[in-house]
Design a protein around this ligand. Structure first.
Ligand SMILES: Cc1cc2nc3c(=O)[nH]c(=O)nc-3n(C[C@H](O)[C@H](O)[C@H](O)COP(=O)(O)OP(=O)(O)OC[C@H]3O[C@@H](n4cnc5c(N)ncnc54)[C@H](O)[C@@H]3O)c2cc1C
Length: 342
């Protein structure tokens, strides 16, 4: 069997590695010209995601590219601590770009092809599957895995009437401040329920403070001054948020609107199937998106190894993954501050 994978992010590269372990050939086609240049955001791979990485033999590479996340403390807008708890199991913080790079490097070492500059635009199913890229080139295989993220083309090919991603009602801003102006503990997250926004930061050990803030309101254009917006949302709360944002250079800030997909009616067709955000994007609040994509990869590869008929494998995979991921997307939406808007 030959598997074509659209998307060389977390889920796509992990699926290729999981398939390789099952003895199934896969080729990853990534839209971006170079790997790992995704704008700025960082994330934490939780214990379930690390377990999936262990299964596909990529945990060491990710550990080497990341920092431990050991504890989370929570405080209110007045700076009063509301709680402090350890993070269960092994959890690791890294930039999304570093995670892409680590996975793609493992793929390269194992001889799994990752082809850049190939944006999937169409696919035709006829016994197998033939895909077409934006540059006019084509490729054919037995199965197409859509790991092409929240705005997935594969999802639309499987079901043109499927729902579009939903704006969660939150803008998310990320930044990297010089030094430790918030006096954070190494490797711990501090979360702040500010009066106007949720703010979190961690001091991973590279001489900087990594921070994010989630701000409710209308979706904003890409050209928004995200640093200014974050600073305004920090207001004059008695928390370290404003000092940390002020210690961040403009070019170290990225922001965007956050989208989720509560339920995708069709995860697969006869020869096409979705993994990761393409099937079930969550708001960032639960910090589970990457870990869920990694779990999908393991489950899909084991289903494809166990069933001769792709559609049977897809159904088995969906039966395991749909309930858990939909529950997580809903939990994350609640954590994001309530019902997201269409
Ligand atoms: C701001 C933010 C913060 C987050 N924080 C966390 C966190 O703390 N913890 C966590 O676990 N998750 C977090 N996530 C979610 C996490 O980043 C995603 O869930 C995860 O990256 C999903 O992996 P994926 O492979 O499905 O999609 P992606 O990682 O988005 O990869 C999709 C890939 O497909 C490529 N692509 C897109 N279209 C095409 C096409 N037509 N043809 C070919 N390639 C294509 C893209 O270039 C990209 O490389 C966060 C997400 C955001 C936006």
């Amino acid at each position: 069997m030959k598997v074509l994978i659209a998307g060389g992010g977390v889920g796509g590269t992990a699926t290729a590695l999981a398939l390789r372990r099952a003895g199934i050939d896969a080729v990853v086609y990534e839209a971006h010209a170079a790997g790992g240049d995704d704008a700025g955001a960082f994330l934490t791979v939780m214990a379930n995601g690390m377990a999936a990485l262990e299964t596909i033999g990529a945990a060491r590479a990710v550990i080497e590219a990341s920092y431990p996340a050991t504890a989370v403390s929570v405080e209110d807008a007045g700076g009063r601590q509301l709680g402090n708890r350890p993070i269960e199991g092994i959890a690791r913080t890294l930039t999304r770009a570093a995670l892409y790079r680590a996975l793609q490097e493992v793929a390269r070492e194992r001889g799994v092809p990752v082809v850049h500059g190939k944006r999937l635009v169409d696919a035709a199913v006829d016994g197998g599957v033939e895909v077409r890229f934006a540059d006019g080139e084509r490729a054919s295989g037995d199965v197409l895995v859509g790991a092409d993220g929240v705005h997935s083309v594969t999802r639309r090919l499987i079901d043109p009437d499927g729902p579009a991603p939903r704006y969660t009602g939150e803008r998310v801003v990320y930044g990297y401040a010089d030094g430790n102006p918030g006096d954070g503990e190494p490797e711990a997250y501090r979360m702040v329920f500010g009066s106007r926004a949720f703010f979190g930061f961690t001091v991973p050990g590279d001489g900087r403070t990594w921070w994010f803030t989630r701000i409710r309101g209308e979706a904003q254009p890409a050209a928004t001054d995200w640093r200014e917006m974050a600073l305004a949302a920090a207001g004059d709360d008695a928390t370290p948020a404003a000092a940390i944002i002020r210690a961040t250079r403009d070019e170290e800030v990225v922001g965007g609107n956050s989208y989720d997909i509560p339920s995708t009616p069709r995860w697969h067709g006869e020869r096409m199937v979705l993994v990761g955000d393409a099937a079930h994007a969550a708001s960032p609040a639960a910090a589970q998106g990457a870990s869920m994509a990694l779990e999908d990869a393991v489950e899909l590869a084991s289903a494809l190894a166990a069933h001769a008929e792709p559609a049977e494998a897809f159904a088995a995979y969906e039966a395991v993954r749909r309930p858990r991921t939909e529950e997580m997307v809903a939990a994350s939406a609640r954590m994001s501050g309530g019902q997201a808007r269409s």
